[in-house]
Design a protein around this ligand. Structure first.
Ligand code: ASP
Length: 336
């Protein structure tokens, strides 16, 4: 049942849901931020062709999205196709299947999507389902809600044809068992040089959509949810303006509603690069311990201009356009 039909039926049948949804090639340059690669990225370029950008050097995922866009897929479906590459990548311990578990040994996934109409869907703390960004889309299109959590998200997934999978791999289990011997919880900056994948796509019609998917922080408390599935924090799209996505310490991103902030700054005239810088400044100006954690943003505007900024050097992002998949080192606050 589609969301609209469900709402209509729910209000008719007096289910108390009448409030519904309306109310309710590689520029692989490890140099500093003043390299031509990063500077050129801040220059005005009129949109000629679709664009996919994503957090971290997820080369294959971004290429998949870029090629999907070139083949005519809309921005949302291209973003979901792109991030699914990392969701099923067992070697990636920060997204999807193979993700690092929480302290109790459960792999719990967070994801959200937002489309060009401003509609959105999310799942938090979802277990046993690999493709949680696709599941978030189903929440958006097939329920009257925006977000489903835990068991509810998992049960809903089975009704939508998703299959139950063991997400904890032998390697992740071994690493967790080693960690348990002297458990210490601290966010690791640029863990394995990748993390959450947040992806923003601008399609051939000029529409923007995005997806964000993560296993969250390694060895997090049971039940902990980060920024990645929170609309406005891990991801935000306003098709009239642009979109933004985040990675890094979710608690800090949520406190400043980073992705929403970036889109609002762009609405007020900032270039995506300036907007990402200001959003990072918002974090660093409020938390004197910013040198102990990473926060990174990417953004795109309606003209296809992009930007990225982070606290700690080492954050990279991908930009696919015209058949070329650029791997770009982000500018940062703290140089290594
Ligand atoms: N933002 C994610 C979270 O806090 C993790 C990350 O991107 O490093 O759950």
């Amino acid at each position: 049942m589609k969301r609209r039909t469900f709402i209509k039926n729910a209000s008719i049948s007096g289910l108390g849901l009448a409030v519904g949804s309306s109310a309710l090639n590689c520029d692989n340059n490890p140099k500093s931020s003043s390299t031509p690669e990063t500077k050129s990225n801040t220059m005005k370029t009129p949109l000629k062709s679709p664009i996919a950008i994503c957090t971290w050097a997820f080369v294959d995922a971004n290429a998949k999205a870029g090629q999907a866009l070139e083949n005519g897929k809309n921005a949302l479906d291209a973003a979901i196709a792109g991030v699914s590459v990392e969701e099923e990548n067992l070697k990636n311990t920060t997204v999807g299947k193979g993700g690092t578990p929480d302290r109790a040994g459960n792999v719990t996934l967070d994801a959200c999507v937002m489309d060009s109409t401003g509609d959105c869907g999310a799942v938090v703390c979802a277990e046993n389902i690999t493709h949680v960004a696709a599941l978030a889309k189903q929440v958006m299109t097939e329920t009257p809600h925006v977000m489903l959590a835990g068991q509810g998200a998992e049960e809903f997934a089975y009704t939508q044809g998703f299959k139950k999978e063991q997400l904890l791999t032998e390697d992740s289990k071994k690493a967790w068992e080693t960690w348990k011997k002297s458990p210490e919880y601290k966010p690791i900056i640029n863990i394995e040089n990748h993390d959450t994948i947040g992806m923003l796509c601008l399609d051939k019609d000029g529409d923007i959509a995005g997806a964000c998917t993560s296993s969250g922080l390694s060895y997090k408390m049971k039940g902990r949810v980060g920024d990645s599935p929170i609309i406005g924090s891990g991801l935000f799209i306003d098709n009239a303006i642009g979109g933004a996505a985040a990675t890094g310490l979710g608690e800090e991103i949520m406190k400043t509603v980073g992705s929403f902030l970036i889109v609002e700054l762009m609405r007020n005239g900032m270039h995506p690069q300036q907007a990402c810088e200001e959003a990072v400044r918002r974090v660093t100006s409020k938390n004197p311990n910013y040198k102990d954690f990473q926060v990174a943003y990417i953004a795109i505007n309606k003209a296809g201009e992009t930007g990225a900024y982070c606290i700690h050097e080492g954050f990279r992002y991908m930009k696919y356009q015209d058949g070329v998949n650029h791997n770009i080192l982000s500018e940062c606050v703290v140089k290594a």
